[in-house]
Design a protein around this ligand. Structure first.
Ligand SMILES: Nc1ncnc2c1ncn2[C@@H]1O[C@H](COP(=O)(O)OP(=O)(O)O)[C@@H](O)[C@H]1O
Ligand SMILES: [Mg+2]
Length: 284
């Protein structure tokens, strides 16, 4: 397994006001799943269900209260030193929900990508620029845009730049936290197609957090449904979405008619018992 998460839990200590008493918030409770090499898993669930916390623990931005994250069979340290941080950053990269905020506003995007290539010494110094151009082209950005700062780019261009920066480390796993939810609908579809193409072309593994079932269907093989910190459902995308068990999953599926149509019989003239099809249901 490329990534194995076992019994992951995370408590946040909350300090409450005047009396200085603290309480614990169980943000993630006993979550386990795995992703094979070139595999793809989506985590879905309501806001506050612990999805981002799971992603942050996996990439090492947060430490787990209990549980283990294994990458390529080796357990990752809950408090990694500099060498392990570098190793982990090489192996897995995260793309955040808000592309504009996830990039340094004072830095041209080409420079941000260059830094990653140079940091991991993935090219000799005199070939780093060429690599930056390759990465910009790979995410569909004009090479000239490398000189632009995030505030001069659209949301979609910023998310492309953030993806290029993540790919610069040549990771085996890309962790995408709601990668299209901050973008307008037509841009969402473009970024989704880009991610699907990159997954195919690079054979990279994806862990994607999303409420978007179109994204889940297009990008993921397996899905984990989280509710209030717990894993309430999991399986292949086809199995879970065609026969959702948990109320959240049912609502999510019911909200998207074309997803339902995969599991329900298609309405045909015969469904109206041979009578005339009512005007507004008849085809055009
Ligand atoms: N750093 C933190 N300190 C305290 N509580 C947090 C912190 N990060 C997240 N939480 C809480 O943990 C729960 C899960 O949050 P999160 O993982 O962001 O959920 P999701 O991504 O599914 O919306 C929420 O109740 C959130 O308020
Ligand atoms: Mg989140």
């Amino acid at each position: 397994m490329l990534l194995k998460v076992e019994g992951l839990s995370k408590d946040f200590r909350l300090r409450s006001g005047l009396l200085g008493r603290s309480s614990r918030l169980h943000a993630v409770k006993d979550v386990s799943f795995s992703i094979p090499a070139s595999g793809s898993l989506a985590i879905v669930g309501e806001t506050g269900s612990g999805k981002t916390t799971v992603a942050r623990i996996i990439v090492g931005l947060e430490s787990a209260t209990t549980g283990v994250v294994q990458a390529d069979g080796a357990a990752l340290s809950p408090s990694p030193g500099p060498d392990e941080r570098r190793h982990r950053a090489r192996m897995m990269q995260m793309v955040f929900q808000n592309p504009v905020l996830s990039l340094d506003p004072h830095q041209a995007i080409g420079k941000a990508i260059h830094e990653v290539v140079a940091f991991h010494r993935l090219r000799p110094p005199d070939q780093c620029d060429e690599r930056v151009h390759e990465l910009l082209a790979a995410v569909g950005l004009d090479v000239k845009l490398g000189a632009s700062r995030p505030q001069n780019l659209s949301g979609g261009q910023c998310q492309r730049a953030a993806i290029a920066r993540a790919l610069a480390a040549e990771p085996e796993l890309l962790v995408l936290d709601e990668p299209v939810s901050a973008l307008d609908v037509s841009t969402q579809a473009q970024i989704l197609n880009l991610l699907a193409d990159l997954k195919e072309a690079l054979g990279i593994s994806l862990l994607t957090i999303s409420h978007d079932l179109a994204l889940v269907r297009q990008l993921a093989d397996d899905v984990v449904v989280m509710c209030k910190g717990e894993m309430v459902e999991s399986g292949t995308v086809d199995d879970v979405l065609s026969n959702p068990q948990h109320s959240y999953t049912r609502r999510l599926v019911a909200a998207v008619p074309e997803i339902m149509s995969h599991s329900l019989p298609v309405t045909s003239p015969a469904d109206f018992g041979g009578h005339d099809i009512p005007g507004d249901l008849g085809g055009s």
